[in-house]
Design a protein around this ligand. Structure first.
Ligand code: PLP
Ligand code: COI
Length: 337
């Protein structure tokens, strides 16, 4: 075990023992290697640098109650990464390589997996980048697939403590657009200005409306949107410009298991005034309750002291499955040998 203050981990880059990497050259993927240095070298004309040919994923491994380490739904991340890869013309990742890579990234950094009971987990960050040179607008012919493994705690300070959100109006260039339906680096770059503007204004999280009409809720900068109605329904936006969240997909399944009605449909902006509870959901943020949403001179208030009862029940169910405290009834966990 590494000498780390496990109970006070945030969501920051920490250098671990190694990352795993494979290079695609001459039309095929090479051997998965283990790299101890946390730097890479590439051609100055690499397509990831010039044309943003880069995408990533985020998933977690958990030290479960029985001491074993398990990864949550890695095949879902592989599917989404391959969707993004085809969109930006990167080669597809074979399932066997992806699974071996995430398992290897965990097992080679096993001493960095936070102990059971600390609330921490190991965040896995698969990354796929064009590393071949091109100067005309065209995809390159060399790619690197990398998996980083980093111990993390809560993304927003204080686990499951409400945070305030802001909707930035379209007075600056990047705020009006969300991160889009694929996990491409450049989409996040377009949101970085909005993120830092929100932070400067004292809001840890920002919420995007749909960029075309600004009449509908899209998603948060880091996560999907969940609204719980006063009569206890789970409502989440149906939109082509949000990331299809694996956490949201899992939570809707758990909600259905609990008899909570689920509605995936366009969510009008004016509806946010009527929700009993609002939450952000994603791998990094798990479920983060929203205390207030500020939009210009309007403020929508929820419970800013504690998580509402429906979201809390869902949070407990999801995290109990992830930490192996209750049976994995949907087969979501993959053991790391
Ligand atoms: N939306 C955005 C913009 C995200 O960055 C993420 C995180 O990956 C999500 C939603 C949640 O997706 P997931 O639950 O698959 O982590
Ligand atoms: C994740 O939840 O995995 C993400 O990529 C979101 C990001 C805010 C870290």
């Amino acid at each position: 075990m590494k000498n780390i203050d496990w109970n006070n981990l945030g969501f920051e880059y920490i250098k671990t023992d190694c990352h795993v990497r494979s290079t695609f050259k001459n039309g095929k993927w090479g051997r998965l290697g283990i790299h101890r240095k946390d730097t890479i070298t590439m051609n100055v004309a690499a397509t990831c640098l010039h044309y943003g040919q880069a995408c990533f994923e985020g998933l977690k491994a958990f030290r479960c109650k029985d001491g074993k380490v398990r990864i949550f739904r890695p095949k879902e991340n592989l599917k989404r990464m391959n969707d993004t890869a085809s969109y930006i013309h990167c080669p597809q990742l074979p399932e066997s390589m992806f699974i071996r890579a995430v398992k290897k990234a965990v097992s080679e950094n096993i001493d960095f997996v936070p102990p059971y009971g600390t609330g921490g987990s190991m965040y896995l960050r698969p990354l796929l980048i064009g590393t071949g040179p091109r100067i005309g607008v065209a995809p390159g012919d060399q790619y690197d697939f990398i998996v980083l493994a980093i111990p993390v705690g809560a993304y927003y300070k204080g686990n499951i403590k409400p945070v305030d959100a802001v909707i930035l109006d379209d007075y600056d260039r990047s705020a009006p657009r969300g991160t889009g339906h694929i996990k491409m680096g450049g989409n996040y770059a377009a949101g970085l200005h909005a993120h830092s503007l929100a932070k400067k204004m004292g809001f840890p999280i920002n919420l995007y409306l749909d960029s075309k009409t600004r009449q509908y809720v899209d998603e948060f900068g880091t996560s999907n949107f969940i609204g719980i109605t006063r009569d206890g329904k789970y409502v989440t936006p149906d939109s082509t410009t949000i990331l299809p969240s694996i956490t949201n997909k899992s939570l809707t399944q758990l909600a259905e298991d609990m008899g909570i009605p689920v509605e995936r449909r366009p969510v009008a902006f004016h509806e946010i005034a009527d929700f009993a509870e609002i939450g952000a959901c994603g791998t990094a943020v798990v479920i983060t309750p929203i205390g207030r949403i500020v939009c210009g001179n309007k403020t929508f208030e929820y419970d800013s002291e504690k998580c509402g009862p429906v979201l809390k029940k869902l949070y407990d169910e999801l995290t109990r499955i992830q930490y192996g405290e209750i049976p994995d009834r949907h087969g979501w966990l993959m053991e790391v040998e």
